[in-house]
Design a binder for this molecule. Structure first.
Ligand code: ADP
Ligand code: MG
Length: 396
């Protein structure tokens, strides 16, 4: 993988850089966790220090190809400006007249940002020609391209993959650092090696399990995914998140683990509530006795302790996805216990995923209590699965 140093003298050059600034916002569009923006700062400062004219590309949320003001990058640009200690001029469009003017107006060491690249329908298009046309418009804003948005390198998108075909390209220091940690996880990890999976992107994450079962010794399952496992074991799950069409696949995983001597650890108790609200009345029930009028919002205390013990006795741990709805205190216990256990691992502990990283910070854990906090959940998982990541391949 080429690095920024391989791009040569950048003084006076326009450097187009893909960052991941996809931060969580509250109802007033205030940033609730700026971790990804902070993680983007070192490469940007490096480029400014080299005298480059920096053009940042990024996305926020899922505007799905439409210009929606509530998905403007304005809050991210403002926070980035504070962290960089310099102005960040945000264009009003992605590749239109405003973008061109903002880029043309850059002096050496200055930073501009295009609007949310996902305002452009071609950004995420499955049609390679459509993406290539948009990438050409991006490429007109740069002399070289730097890929530093680790959270999106698993996406074959115009600002991640296609643009790298058109300009001399390199990985930024964040992508480099993330890949180095993932290499440590994949090449001969210290054992036992445990992977902890949770969160809400259930079908995405179920798909990675068969590959993870090949490398990890233990898989601990929490979050919304649990209920598909419980259903696969024949238990009722009430109103909990359930991927009916994945039940058979999950049954296959359980059988496979049995055959190969791997452990899939499921919760034995669950915190349920009658509705999906912060102040819903929590009750702890056995995992095989979820009432029909309740939904599971966290792993229970007994499970949290068992998960923590398994984590503490591992030498390598990768965790993606909160154990429950950790944004709400009543359902944060499992996530807190798992986070605490990761900080006690005698070996390498890695937390990956936007919501997972935000959750551990919101619960009061310091970043340096973990071996590494990755900015990418999906990207990390796909790497660990052994998949080729388009955004990394493009830098080869
Ligand atoms: P990450 O961003 O770390 O990859 P995800 O995006 O997959 O994680 O999932 C994070 C979300 O999962 C959180 O907002 C959390 O509230 C939600 N979640 C966790 N457990 C449950 C559950 N049992 N039911 C519904 N949502 C859940
Ligand atoms: Mg998420």
């Amino acid at each position: 993988m080429k690095t920024v140093a391989d791009l040569g003298d950048l003084s006076g050059k326009r450097v187009l850089i893909r960052c991941d600034l996809n931060v969580p916002l509250d109802d007033d569009r205030q940033i609730t966790d700026d971790g990804r923006i902070r993680a983007s700062v070192p490469t940007l400062q490096q480029l400014r220090g080299a005298g480059a004219r920096v053009v940042v590309m990024a996305h926020l949320g899922r505007p799905k190809g439409q210009v929606k003001p509530e998905f403007s990058l304005a809050p991210a640009a403002a926070r980035l400006a504070e962290l960089l200690g310099t102005e960040v001029r945000l264009a009003e469009d992605v590749v239109g007249e405003s973008a061109r003017q903002v880029v043309d107006g850059l002096a050496d060491g200055e930073v501009a940002m295009l609007e949310n690249v996902r305002f452009e329908p071609a950004e995420e298009s499955k049609d390679a020609d459509e993406r290539a046309a948009l990438a050409k418009a991006y490429a007109a804003f740069g002399d070289v391209f730097v890929s530093d948005g680790f959270g999106v390198v698993h996406r074959k998108q115009a600002s991640v993959y296609d643009v790298a075909q058109l300009l001399p390209s390199a990985a930024g220091s964040l992508v480099q650092a993330e890949v180095e940690v993932l290499q440590r996880l994949t090449s001969d990890p210290a054992r036992p090696y445990a992977v902890v999976l949770g969160g809400a992107k259930v079908s995405d994450k179920l798909a990675v399990i068969d590959n993870l079962l090949k490398t990890a010794d233990t898989l601990l399952v929490g979050g919304g995914m649990v209920f598909t496992f419980l259903a696969a074991q024949g238990h009722a799950v009430g109103k909990s998140l359930l991927e009916e069409d994945q039940v058979e696949t999950v049954r296959g995983y359980l059988a496979e683990a049995e055959r190969t001597g791997k452990q899939i650890v499921l919760p034995t108790d669950i915190v349920v509530a009658p509705e999906f609200t912060a102040d819903a009345e929590p009750t702890v029930v056995a995992a095989d006795a979820i009432p029909s009028d309740q939904l599971g919002l966290d792993i229970g205390p007994e499970s949290a302790e068992a998960f923590a013990a398994a984590i503490r006795s591992s030498r390598t741990v990768f965790w993606n996805g909160p154990m429950g709805v950790a944004e709400w205190e009543a359902f944060a216990g499992g996530t807190r216990a798992v986070a605490q256990a990761l900080t006690e691992v005698d070996g390498l502990s890695v937390v990956g995923g936007g919501d997972s990283a935000a959750a551990v910070r919101a619960l009061g854990f310091a970043d340096d209590a973990f071996g590494h906090i990755s900015t990418g959940g999906g990207a990390s998982l796909e790497y660990l699965e052994g998949k080729q990541l388009p955004g990394l391949d493009a830098l080869g």
